[in-house]
Structures are given as structure tokens and as C-alpha cells.
Design a protein. Structure first.
Lengths: 147, 96
């Protein structure tokens, strides 16, 4: 009997018409300085890609703008420690999804914080703001290339 | 602030679950070994402060306009976040 393998499909994306798709991301340790906030709604809109929003669940006014760092710089290799990977249940950093937090400036541009990546396990949607082992070589305000 | 004197290889136990050990003294540098449960984050203070400051600056209220990148077409973020690694364990088997 022929056997065909197909890629597994995402199952937990909620997408009602007109609403942006979103998923709930859990950060059991919170973000640094926001340790008590552990649940966020991650959402995005195609016209804002690759930027996405991390809304504090239940406080829709409060949000962080995040972006995959690899969309902004091709030279980013955060070394995530073994303990962080174990905490997230990840065999290696290649299994992670990484977002970095954006700080907007007043001129329509902004910077991303490469020192504190949010490392996510894409299967459990559990994440942690990790401090990479090579943090001293990373910028807290890496400029986003302006259009 | 509690101040304790410790020699090399001596330790301090905090809350019965966090161990701070003086590994080596080298001039004005002290090497510390820290054993803590996974839910106790341990950071160098200046790095912690820098990231905390950055997080506070980054928090938005309202609906600011995000920057524009001139790039290829992007997947939406939750979709990207849910992309499953290409691994045998994550494939589904369909028989015909």
C-alpha cells in the first residue's frame, strides 16, 4: 500500500473573518521587567509583515512589537544556553522560533533588541526572553534598515 | 544588605534551593558558580538592567505605525511561529 507523508498543519491558529490571526503565547517567566505578565496574544497582519504584535492578554492596549531578527539582520547568531533550551523543551536552537522586541523612534523607524530574544517552542507556544551566551557581542539597539 | 565573608570554594545557600559558590578569586575578579532551579532566572545585573530598560521603552499603548521593510512577501507571524520543524516525528502518515 503506498504511503504518503504530508507536512503537519498548524492546528491552533484562530482566524475568524476580518480578524487578524492570533495565537496565545505563554511566557512562564514573563519578559524582563514584566515578570508578572505571562500570557500574550501574538498576532500579525499581512500589511505589517514581518512585524507582529505581542499583546498583553486581557490588556489589549498594551503591546510589544516584535519581528524575526533574521528579517532585519543576516548576521545574528544568538547562542542560547542549554538550560534555556531545556526549559523550553527544545533539542536545539534550530527548533526554536525567535522574535526580538522592536522599539520605535519618532521618525517612523526603530531598533530591535538583539540582547534579549524571545525564544519560542513552536509546538508548545511556550517562550522565554533569553539572554544569549554571546550577549556582550550583541546590540540592544540594532537599527532597523529604513526604507 | 546581608554581607557574608566567604573563601574560595565556600558557598551560600539561599532559600534552600539556590547555591552560590565562590569558585575563584583572581585580582578584583570573583568567579561565582550558581545553581538555581529553572524557574529562577540568574542574570548579570548590568545586562538585566539594559534589557529591562529596553523592554520598558518598547512597550506600546495605542496603535503606532510599524516601520516598513523592503523585503519579499512574508508569512504572517503566528503562521511562522507554528511552522513545525522538518523532522520525521512531525509528519503525518496517510495511506491510500
Amino acid at each position: 500500500m503506498p504511503v504518503m507523508k504530508t507536512e503537519a498543519e498548524p492546528t491552533s491558529v484562530s482566524e475568524s473573518s476580518g480578524e487578524r490571526p492570533s495565537v496565545v503565547v505563554q511566557l512562564p517567566l514573563g519578559l524582563i521587567g514584566f515578570e508578572s505578565i505571562k500570557r500574550y496574544q501574538l498576532s500579525s497582519q499581512p500589511d505589517e509583515a514581518p512585524f507582529a504584535w505581542l499583546h498583553v492578554e486581557g490588556e489589549s492596549d498594551l503591546a510589544f512589537i516584535v519581528v524575526s531578527p533574521f528579517e532585519v539582520t543576516s548576521e545574528y547568531e544568538p547562542q542560547i544556553g542549554e538550560e534555556d533550551l531545556r526549559f523550553l523543551g527544545l533539542p536545539s536552537v534550530d527548533d526554536a522560533v525567535i522574535y526580538n522586541i522592536v522599539t520605535l523612534d519618532r521618525k517612523g523607524g526603530g531598533t530591535i533588541n538583539l540582547k534579549g530574544p524571545i525564544v519560542l517552542n513552536p509546538r508548545t507556544l511556550v517562550g522565554k526572553q533569553c539572554i544569549p551566551l554571546n550577549v556582550s557581542q550583541l546590540s540592544v539597539k540594532h537599527p532597523i534598515p529604513a526604507v | 544588605m546581608l554581607i557574608l565573608s566567604r573563601k574560595s570554594n565556600e558557598s551560600v545557600v539561599i532559600d534552600g534551593r539556590i547555591l552560590v559558590k565562590v569558585i575563584r578569586l583572581d585580582g578584583d575578579v570573583v568567579k561565582l558558580g550558581i545553581e538555581a532551579p529553572a524557574d529562577v532566572p540568574v542574570h548579570r545585573q548590568e545586562v538585566y538592567d539594559e534589557i529591562q530598560r529596553s523592554n520598558h521603552e518598547a512597550l506600546t499603548t495605542g496603535k503606532p505605525i510599524v516601520p516598513r521593510l523592503t523585503r519579499r512577501e512574508h508569512r504572517s507571524a503566528p503562521e511562522a511561529a507554528l511552522v513545525v520543524p522538518r523532522d520525521q516525528n512531525y509528519t503525518r502518515t496517510v495511506t491510500h
